[in-house]
Design a protein. Structure first.
Length: 234
């Protein structure tokens, strides 16, 4: 039934919410009452001119479409990056398992993690391995009395990765003279056989590490490392 607009109707007072709710529930209302369309206009945001309701709707739809296209492009880019990372991990797995020495292992680790995860610093801290205290490259064997072990004992017990949540003293202990250069960091607890430790990454870039697919890949790498080290030490 068509709506008859007259002076009596002008005296009715409706809230904006009521009008919006009614028009949403009756999307054909304006087309069924074309006389109203002739009287409707929407002011321009930056001037005193007016534009038709259709022009305004087209403008809003165009804005929404542009945002949607940007979202699609961003998601497509992320998908491509993740696909390349998955291919990289596949190849890296075979290269890592074929290393013959700790030095070769660490060089491979440093090169690849620097390229793919912006890791300027890569370290492995190993506790209770039964090996003599010392280090080869960034692989450090420490005894159970090490200050680093006590500093991170709670994290070792929790066995959960920690992304850029370290205290200043912890960063200084891990990265020494380079502590001020580290803008983001990641620590992943590792365990293999009777020994355990920490897989540590530091980056000069901010917001480099966080929860997601990349963190899952780095956790997988940490598991490969602990497995390979155990094989080298047998």
């Amino acid at each position: 039934m068509a709506y008859t607009y007259n002076n009596k109707n002008k005296e009715l007072t409706l809230s904006a919410e009521s009008v919006a709710a009614y028009l949403t529930s009756n999307p054909d209302f304006l087309t069924q009452n074309p006389v109203l369309l002739k009287q409707l206009s929407i002011p321009h945001a930056l001037s005193g001119n007016v534009q038709s309701l259709i022009e305004r709707q087209v403008g809003l739809l165009r804005e929404e479409n542009n945002e949607f296209e940007k979202l699609i492009k961003r998601n497509d880019t992320l998908s491509k990056i993740q696909h390349h990372l998955q291919q990289y991990i596949y190849q890296f797995t075979f290269e890592l398992l074929n290393t013959q020495t700790e030095i070769e292992l660490y060089r491979l680790l440093k090169l690849n993690l620097g390229e793919w995860f912006s890791a300027s610093w890569v370290k492995l801290l190993i506790f209770d391995s039964g090996r003599k205290a010392g280090h080869i490259g960034g692989i450090h064997c420490l005894n159970n009395e090490s200050k680093l072990r006590f500093m991170f004992i709670e994290m070792l017990n929790r066995n959960k990765p920690l992304c850029s949540s370290l205290q200043t003293e912890q960063i200084q202990m891990l990265f020494n003279k380079d502590a001020d250069k580290v803008k983001s960091n990641l620590i992943i607890p590792i365990k293999q056989g009777s020994w355990y430790g920490l897989f540590v990454l530091g980056s000069s870039e901010r917001n480099q590490y966080g929860v997601g697919v990349e963190l899952d890949m780095l956790v997988f790498i940490s598991q490969l490392l602990s497995f390979k080290l155990q094989k080298l030490w047998v």
